[in-house]
Design a protein around this ligand. Structure first.
Ligand code: MG
Length: 380
């Protein structure tokens, strides 16, 4: 029986992960969970899966949950609680389903213990890819992608040699504003930006999908996961989200991974790899997939995608700066403080205002993230 710790169990990836575990309950058991503040759902998960160790990041919510659970359930709190859970709990696999930079430190704790990490928290690799990869090697840990695009590439690479890869092609749905003009983008509302055409996800990643920053973060994530340079990574808009990504080889052959979109597939593959298990999450009806289309992304209009390629070329802590600035810009957009087109401007201002450090250690990365957030909050 493999034991699993899920960080971010009440978000969309966390909920899908528990669906996968329900389907494979003879093989996997959950020993720990964490949530930001949705203690109603967390409590139901604790009861259903008989969980004894949890962490709630919000201190007040943690105290409220302690009142509601039996004394046998240990409720930790805050970022320290997350670190304690990752560093001390008995588990084999960490599912990193948290949102944003806050996933980095607990993921590093799991890496130091040589665990398998099923990684959905792309910001961990974006902000600290070089450092994380070094630690994975040193401690014999393993990072398997949960992001659907990277799971697709990972599956396409099975049995292939690195030297024979010509390029990786990440597919993007294009988000709700594909084909919009600059004038239309300037006045989009929060509700319009939150209405994603194909995937139902949390608000941060949904806004990132609308700006194409999500695809930009995925380009950087692909670089660190598969050791490919920026000029071998392409992005193609594919609004149907049936092809989850592709790899083209030096002889011109292209492998693609397809399915009706459902995050349970990549989650399950990251848990059972190198094997597969039967599941009936999706039914693939090709008669309903008869119109697969591909388009060029507009990197001048959707500037966040261009910024991601630029910071990948630049190296050092520039991706960490872009990530932190984006997290604050998205928060400000969701609070109605800035417009949709101000998001890339805040990222660019932070990139010119915060110094870039090459070969940064963890302390420098954490400090860069902190300083960037302060600057991004001050910017209009
Ligand atoms: Mg994705």
């Amino acid at each position: 029986m493999k034991k699993i710790l899920i960080l971010g169990s009440t978000g969309s990836i966390g909920v899908s992960s528990l669906d996968v575990v329900r389907n494979l309950k003879d093989e996997f058991t959950v020993t720990g969970l964490s949530a930001n503040g949705n203690i109603d759902l967390l409590e139901r998960q604790i009861n259903e899966f008989g969980i004894k160790h949890v962490c709630v990041r919000n201190e007040e919510k943690a105290a409220a949950l302690r009142q509601r659970t039996s004394p046998g359930v240990k409720v930790l709190s805050g970022d320290e609680g997350l670190l304690e859970l990752a560093a001390t709990l008995d588990y084999d696999i960490l599912i990193g389903a948290m949102v944003g930079f806050s996933g980095l430190l607990p993921t590093i704790e799991a890496i130091k213990r040589g665990k398998r990490i099923a990684l959905a928290n792309k910001e961990t690799l974006v902000a600290a890819g070089e450092l994380v990869n070094g630690l994975v090697k040193k401690h014999g840990a393993e990072i398997l992608p949960v992001d659907s695009e990277h799971s697709a590439i990972f599956q396409c690479l099975t049995g292939e040699s690195a030297g024979e890869i010509k390029r990786m092609i990440l597919t993007a749905s294009g988000g709700p504003f594909f084909r919009c003009s600059r004038e239309e983008l300037q006045k989009v509302s929060i509700a319009q930006a939150l209405a994603h055409p194909t995937w139902k996800m949390g608000s941060k990643i949904t806004i990132d999908s609308a700006t194409l920053m999500n695809k930009g973060l995925e380009v950087i994530e692909a670089h660190w996961l598969f050791d490919v340079p920026a000029d071998k990574i392409d992005v193609v808009i594919h609004p149907q989200s049936v092809i989850h990504s592709m790899v083209e080889f030096t002889d011109g052959s292209v492998k693609a991974q397809l399915s009706k979109p459902d995050m349970k597939l990549p989650i399950q593959y990251a848990l059972t790899y190198p094997e597969r298990r039967p599941a009936d999450f999706v039914e693939n009806n090709f008669m309903l997939m008869n119109n697969l289309t591909f388009h060029q992304p507009d990197k001048t209009l959707f500037e966040c995608l261009q910024i991601a390629f630029d910071v990948l070329e630049e190296g050092g802590t520039s991706a960490c700066i872009a990530n932190a600035a984006n997290e604050i810009a998205v928060e400000k957009f969701l609070n109605g403080q800035i417009g949709f087109m101000d998001i890339p401007n805040i990222i660019k201002s932070c990139l010119s205002g915060i110094p870039n450090h090459k070969a940064a250690d963890l302390e420098t990365i954490v400090e860069t993230d902190r300083q960037t957030r302060i600057l991004a909050r001050e910017l209009k």
